[in-house]
Design a protein around this ligand. Structure first.
Ligand SMILES: Cc1cc2nc3c(=O)[nH]c(=O)nc-3n(C[C@H](O)[C@H](O)[C@H](O)COP(=O)(O)OP(=O)(O)OC[C@H]3O[C@@H](n4cnc5c(N)ncnc54)[C@H](O)[C@@H]3O)c2cc1C
Length: 392
């Protein structure tokens, strides 16, 4: 992995759809991943360690909050740029892309969209520069696909709120400085609160033993009578649409990100198939291997078109949550299938850490589940086209 030979995949001249700025941004992030991520990521994943030393560099390349305005510490970029940044980072590792997605789409986005001016000024520049890391607490032990059933709640105690409950499966939680936490108020409405590390009664135990996203720390958020200052309530979010709009932003990024993981697997498998000799020929000369590779590049191309069109719709303010669900679902499945096929092309070598494929494959098993499972996104499409809800 230290010798990263990756070349982008562009079978349909999709670069022609990008501006010069898009390509500059993409190439800068690609360079960062080659120089800083590829040489170290396998070892971090093997040891289950988040490469936190990369955080300042990620901030420098504009990975945190690319679409947040510059005056608040974001990149002020469009959604195609945001997608390309996610693609290149996930080409390195889905765990690293998770860290970045959470920071930008699930922490900076809600503070920017639903926060007060004081909250924006206090937190966003710190988050954009990576001096502060955030996490997003929606999922609970008993409420995953159905977050509206959450039991985490807070009560108005006059000069503060008293927060109780627990969140599970929270990316970045073990080392995050702040958490955007979704909890019910006394009326039963879902609201967002900014909880800071160090508040009494707030703990973040790490979840161990993961075979997936090993370079991304995951943990719990436990609130035991935590006194949260009243100014930490996000004033402009009420109801499930608050967290769901954050998830739409992150899912859009995932639909691009996983193309990066797929391209990395395809690129590795293609190179290997041309070099590996069996029965006196490169294995890439056998029809069975060509079928795999030809189908991979076809699926990557379709996913690229889907993501690009979604980005254009998003920039025009026209992308619907159901369209985002379709792209997330299709592209994650595409990437996972390509990882599995690529792994086979490498034979035994495919299971080792010499190559990135097995790590991508294991990572994608989380990506297909988080931010709405594969099933739930299908049900969202089903509901959108029939008008009938099949969740309950
Ligand atoms: C590594 C990792 C990181 C994560 N990071 C975060 C984070 O930062 N913040 C956060 O809030 N959450 C996070 N999550 C949680 C993630 O979003 C949830 O795991 C996901 O929403 C699914 O919830 P669940 O695991 O409780 O599964 P469940 O909801 O229990 O689902 C189990 C199975 O049942 C199926 N199912 C559920 N309901 C239906 C239905 N109505 N019809 C048909 N099938 C159904 C699901 O598709 C799934 O296959 C993370 C998860 C992982 C694994």
């Amino acid at each position: 992995m230290s010798n990263d030979l990756f070349e982008g995949v562009d079978y349909y001249q999709l670069d022609d759809l990008l501006t010069t700025e898009h390509k500059l941004i993409r190439d800068a992030v690609r360079q960062f991943v080659k120089q800083e991520v590829s040489p170290i990521i396998e070892e971090h994943a093997q040891k289950c360690e988040t490469p936190k030393h990369l955080i300042p560099g990620l901030a420098e390349i504009g990975a945190f909050g690319p679409t947040i305005p510059v005056e608040y510490g974001g990149g002020g970029l469009d959604n195609i740029s945001y997608g390309l940044i996610m693609q290149e980072i996930e080409r390195g590792d889905s765990g690293l892309r998770s860290l970045v997605s959470v920071q930008g789409s699930l922490v900076m986005y809600p503070i920017y969209t639903f926060g007060s001016e004081e909250q924006r000024k206090k937190y966003l520049p710190q988050l954009g520069s990576g001096k502060m890391i955030g996490c997003f607490g929606l999922t609970e032990p008993d409420h995953g696909s159905n977050p509206s059933g959450m039991i985490t709640n807070f009560k108005d105690k006059g000069d503060h709120y008293l927060l109780n409950g627990a969140k599970l499966w929270i990316s970045n939680s073990p080392f995050a400085d702040i958490a955007v936490v979704w909890a019910k108020d006394e009326a039963g409405d879902i609201r967002g609160l900014i909880v800071e590390r160090g508040m009494e009664g707030f703990t973040t135990p790490e979840t161990h033993g993961k075979w997936s996203l090993r370079a991304s720390a995951t943990g719990e958020l436990v609130f035991d009578n935590v006194k949260v200052p009243k100014e930490n309530l996000l004033p402009n979010a009420k109801g499930l649409k608050g967290p769901l709009s954050c998830l739409s932003t992150a899912r859009y990024g995932i639909s691009w990100g996983v193309i990066g993981a797929a391209m990395d697997c395809y690129d590795t498998a293609l190179r290997y198939a041309k070099e590996r000799i069996q029965f006196g020929k490169p294995i890439g000369q056998f029809q069975l291997q060509q079928k795999k590779l030809a189908e991979m590049v076809t699926e990557i191309t379709k996913a690229q078109l889907l993501a690009w069109r979604l980005g254009v719709l998003k920039d025009e303010g026209k992308a619907t949550p159901a369209q985002i669900s379709m792209a997330k679902r299709n592209n994650v499945e595409m990437a996972l299938n390509i990882a599995r096929e690529s792994r086979q092309i490498l034979g035994g070598m495919g299971i080792t850490g010499e190559y990135s494929i097995m790590r991508h494959m294991m990572n994608l098993e989380s990506v297909i589940t988080y931010e709405g499972t594969h099933d739930i996104h299908l049900l969202i499409t089903g509901m959108d086209i029939t008008g009938l809800e099949a969740f309950k």
